[in-house]
Design a binder for this molecule. Structure first.
Ligand SMILES: [Zn+2]
Length: 157
């Protein structure tokens, strides 16, 4: 057995990725490689992270940064977007790759002011108003607060 950290091939969603820095042992006789369980876990996470980058999906670190920016705990945001328990732990550690739809939702939550508050559940009428303001604000580049102010001025005039 010889120790090695050469790039290792790993398959993610039917695609082969090469992962660096995974410590393992190789049999010099048959070439078979032995990985410790923690190395297998690290390999899976790194392979998922490479896959996310290759497919322009948010990495675990990027998802965590969005959540910190929103100022919510993992369980809070899981409740707000109706994701299952531990979803964010898995996404943020790269243990699981989020779907394209989930990725888009996370980007909207991170970029559109008021989007999280909108999902937090308001009265249906108020929610529609906020949704219209968010849609309008994202088209004009204004913030939702600015749009609300403009609307109020128009209504008062
Ligand atoms: Zn062998």
């Amino acid at each position: 057995m010889v120790a090695t950290i050469e790039p290792v091939e790993y398959e993610v969603h039917g695609e082969t990725v090469f992962v660096d820095g995974i410590k393992r042992h190789r049999c010099q006789g048959c070439g078979e490689e032995i990985l410790r369980i923690d190395a297998i876990e690290e390999l899976r996470k790194k392979a998922n992270e490479y896959y996310k980058k290759a497919h322009e999906l948010l990495t675990g670190d990027e998802i965590r940064a969005i959540r910190y920016k929103l100022g919510v705990s993992q369980s809070e945001i899981e409740g707000i977007i109706k994701a299952g328990e531990k979803t964010f732990t898995r996404w943020e550690s790269n243990k699981v790759i989020q779907s394209g739809i989930a990725d888009s939702l996370l980007r909207v939550l991170g970029a559109v002011p008021g989007a999280l508050a909108y999902l937090k559940g308001m009265s249906p009428v108020y929610s529609r108003t906020i949704a219209a303001q968010i849609a309008f604000a994202s088209n004009t580049g204004e913030t939702v607060a600015e749009v609300s102010g403009t609307r109020r001025e128009l209504m008062a005039a």
